[in-house]
Ligand binder design. Structure first.
Ligand code: F6R
Length: 240
């Protein structure tokens, strides 16, 4: 794992944006796996700025998001598809048809999961996968468990994750209890992985990435088996 430890969230956003923009310059038709949540918001802002300054072209990039709540209406303010439009897609020149998220409105979640995995398999999996990390070490919505799913699937969110995400909703009762998420295998088949983390509350999860062990109880530890992972984290996440 390549570690880049920076001072604060601002520097994390800059290092993350530089990383992704350099990959897009090298390969304009990049297959890019994206994440939602608070962590990448500053980085997305810098990517938008780069586009506005004429330094970045997203016209050939294809994006595939890690996950989406299930079930959820696309029009719901908390849907990840709305999040992505608001925080990135509506402000850059990526054609809407090049952006993909699991469909939270699908009638049959399992069938949607299979179709999403098949679509990603068809393009040959991601060139670069962006990840945040849960306080409990989840990646995507692959929550700590005895067994983890390889492929895209419907998953129940843990209490910890529902509580962490409640800040975006009117009350914890409104947080969806399920999600569609890429599996650990879908993520691990990316050629390159960029994980961002900031803040003290991510320290325990980041600490677990430093030693030489893997456990499904902290799903992010499985990234140690991947040959090309870069972690950009701030001091608070790294040192606690
Ligand atoms: C989001 C995702 C999640 C988040 C994680 C951290 O698409 O897959 O794994 O990356 O829950 O969330 P934040 O960034 O809000 O702390």
């Amino acid at each position: 794992m390549n570690w880049i430890v920076v001072n604060d969230e601002k520097e994390m956003a800059k290092a993350g944006a530089d990383f992704l923009l350099s990959r897009i310059i090298n390969k304009p038709e990049l297959l890019l796996g994206l994440a939602t949540g608070s962590t990448p918001v500053g980085m997305y802002r810098l990517m938008i700025e780069a586009y506005r300054k004429g330094e970045a072209d997203f016209s050939r990039v294809r994006t595939y998001n890690l996950d989406e709540y299930y079930p959820i209406l696309k029009s719901d303010v908390n849907s990840y598809v709305r999040f992505m439009r608001k925080n990135l897609f509506d402000h850059i020149n990526i054609p809407r048809e090049n952006t993909h998220l699991p469909n939270g409105e699908a009638k049959d979640g399992e069938a949607e999961a299979k179709a999403y995995e098949a679509m990603i398999a068809e393009v040959g999996y991601m060139d670069v996968q962006l990840l945040g990390i849960g306080q409990n070490g989840h990646i995507g919505f692959n929550e700590p468990d005895d067994k983890l799913c390889v492929n895209t699937h419907v998953t129940a969110l843990t209490e910890n994750t529902v509580a962490a995400n409640a800040r975006f909703f009117d009350s914890p009762d409104c947080v969806p209890k399920h999600a569609l998420t890429m599996g650990i295998g879908t993520i691990m088949k990316a050629k390159e992985i960029l994980l961002l983390a900031n803040g003290k509350n991510k320290h325990a999860a980041i600490e677990a990435l430093k030693d030489d062990t893997v456990t499904t109880a902290i799903p992010a530890t499985l990234l140690k088996l991947h040959p090309n992972v870069t972690i950009v984290c701030d001091k608070a996440a790294f040192e606690g």
